[in-house]
Design a protein around this ligand. Structure first.
Ligand SMILES: Nc1nc2c(ncn2[C@@H]2O[C@H](COP(=O)(O)OP(=O)(O)OP(=O)(O)O)[C@@H](O)[C@H]2O)c(=O)[nH]1
Ligand SMILES: [Mg+2]
Length: 506
């Protein structure tokens, strides 16, 4: 299931992340493809419309993280919206088993949807995971051998089933099951019902009577995911008549297109609680929207990178640095903060692949220039070998101090010089920015304050206008002229390769 959808979305994402900036047009084109992919996966049209409009709204909204490429951010947005479509974040809900025992759970659904199998699966799960005493009972008086089927499955699951008494009505069996539950100290009674080929009046009346007798805590609709939108329509109609509390989608192991699973929550508003994934009694998975979205999109790495980038921003430090920069100050301690920030983000290797404008050649160039995680660590070591006074006033660093520092950091003196030169260049640029001169190549110096490695406040408008703040926010990383201004390389700071987010100019 979802294979075709996964593949299509993967194609869309590849095209999106293969480039630096994304224009509004690019986003719309990607959304059109996503829309087609979802429709082909048989997702209900209104759900698709809602989904794409929400993604668009966010993608052109303000919540953009500058340290991450626009394409990746769109993937994260698509991911988050998919999670929402499937039922939202948070713990998988499971069943509500609260209340005075025996707690009844009523299973409903069309013929052959998997009610009996799911009843046995749930019974096993509740027995084993929730450590409850569970009784199952078949109210299926319609199909010959239906009761025996449940009894056999229950035995396989290691769960007790209500002894079969021929000739009773479904309502009578329900009453007997609840009585047995009470008298024999069961915690949970699962009631399996007869399936119909369609929802009819008789079935609904019977279901209502059963509900009256058993007072189920949960009424679960079992729906066959392979039937696509039919399953969704069935669920909607069931829900109009019975007070459903949740859904189980069966045959998720089949090769359906997945549209039922994707639209179910949106259309019915009911939580999907479990997924049936095989014919066996242990073939039941707790439903987890995040996990399923991850499986469909298959871009867990990018999603977690964007999440990490958002989390790792140290706002307070950023504020402090912004203030210092405004005064034209940027000492070695600040530079160290930047290096640390870079490491937090997974180091150079972790970030290179995600930067806009970093093609293979640029990466090779950077590697050749010796810009790697080791270099960052050495630079940090050099700064750490300095006294606080030296860090605050690097001007006092003469030959003897440099020798001491180099020794302390396990490097040669030229590397200390390189770092100092780089710091001077960064500080010079900070000063310029602080004095409001803006930076060459930066449109009007229009970069919001975003320090400590990345700002959260770049306007998406910039991203979409193609002014992707390439690599901005990372110490000298990224940009069309890759190695420029990279710590460890000591080249001049490239106009595109800003070492820091820069304060906004008006
Ligand atoms: N592959 C797969 N097969 C399933 C799953 N759930 C149920 N089945 C199969 O679907 C068929 C019907 O399942 P039942 O549990 O008998 O369905 P039912 O809704 O009780 O059917 P009726 O009582 O006749 O309405 C059986 O062959 C099951 O083994 C599932 O998650 N995956
Ligand atoms: Mg059955």
């Amino acid at each position: 299931m979802f294979d075709a959808l996964s593949e299509r979305l993967s194609g869309v994402f590849d095209r999106m992340t293969g480039r630096g900036a994304l224009s509004e047009k690019d986003v719309d084109a990607a959304l059109r493809e996503i829309r087609v992919a979802l429709l082909e996966a048989d997702v209900a049209l209104p759900a698709v419309k809602d989904f794409t409009s929400r993604v668009r709204e966010k993608a052109v909204g303000e919540d953009v993280i500058r340290a991450v490429a626009p394409g990746q951010q769109v993937i994260k947005i698509v991911h988050d919206e998919l999670v929402r479509l499937l039922g939202g974040e948070g713990e998988p809900e499971g069943l509500d088993l609260e209340g005075e025992p025996p707690v009844a759970i009523l299973m409903a659904g069309l013929q052959g949807s998997g009610k009996t199998t799911t009843t046995a699966k749930l019974a096993k799960r509740i027995t084993e995971r929730d450590k409850k005493k569970v009784l199952v009972a078949s109210l299926d008086t319609r199909r010959p051998a239906a009761m025996e089927q449940l009894a056999q499955m229950a035995e396989r699951a290691g769960v007790k089933s209500l002894p079969i008494v021929k000739g009773q009505t479904a309502v009578e069996i329900a009453r007997r099951a609840m009585q047995a539950g009470r008298l024999q100290g069961y915690d949970v009674v699962l009631l399996d019902t007869a399936g119909r080929t369609s929802i009819d009046e008789e079935m609904m009346t019977e279901a209502a009577k059963i509900a009256e007798v058993a007072r189920p805590r949960e009424t679960i609709l079992v729906a066959d995911a392979l039937t696509g939108q039919d399953a969704v329509e069935t669920a909607r109609r069931f829900n109009d008549r019975l007070k459903l509390t949740g859904l189980v989608l069966t045959r998720m192991d089949g090769d359906g297109r997945g549209g039922a699973a994707l639209s179910m929550r949106w259309v019915t508003g009911l939580p999907i609680k479990f997924l049936g994934v095989s014919e066996k009694v242990d073939g039941l998975d707790a439903f987890d929207a995040k996990r399923l979205a991850g499986r469909i999109l298959g871009r867990g790495d990018i999603v977690s990178l964007v999440e990490k980038a958002a989390q790792d921003v140290d706002h307070e430090k950023a504020e402090r640095l912004a203030k210092k920069m405004a005064k034209g100050k940027f000492d070695l301690e600040d530079m160290r903060d930047q290096l640390k920030q870079l490491q937090k983000m997974g180091g150079v290797s972790g970030i290179m692949g995600f930067l806009p404008g970093m093609n293979k050649a640029a990466k090779a160039q950077m590697a050749a220039a010796g810009f790697d995680d080791g270099a960052i660590k050495r630079q940090e070591a050099i700064i750490l070998s300095m006294t606080p006074t030296e860090r605050a006033k690097p001007d006092i660093l003469k030959a003897s101090r440099k020798r001491r520092i180099a020794k302390g950091a396990g490097v040669e003196v030229p590397e200390v010089n390189k770092l100092l030169k780089m710091h001077r260049q960064m500080a010079d640029m900070m000063k310029k920015v602080g004095k409001g001169k803006g930076l060459p190549g930066m449109p009007g110096g229009r970069m919001p304050p975003g320090m400590g490695g990345m700002g959260l406040d770049a306007s998406a408008a910039d991203l979409l206008k193609g002014k992707a703040p390439q690599g901005a926010g990372l110490p000298g990383l990224g940009g069309a002229k890759p190695p420029a201004g990279l710590p460890g390389i000591g080249g001049p700071l490239g106009p595109d390769g800003l070492p820091l987010g820069l304060p906004k100019k008006n």
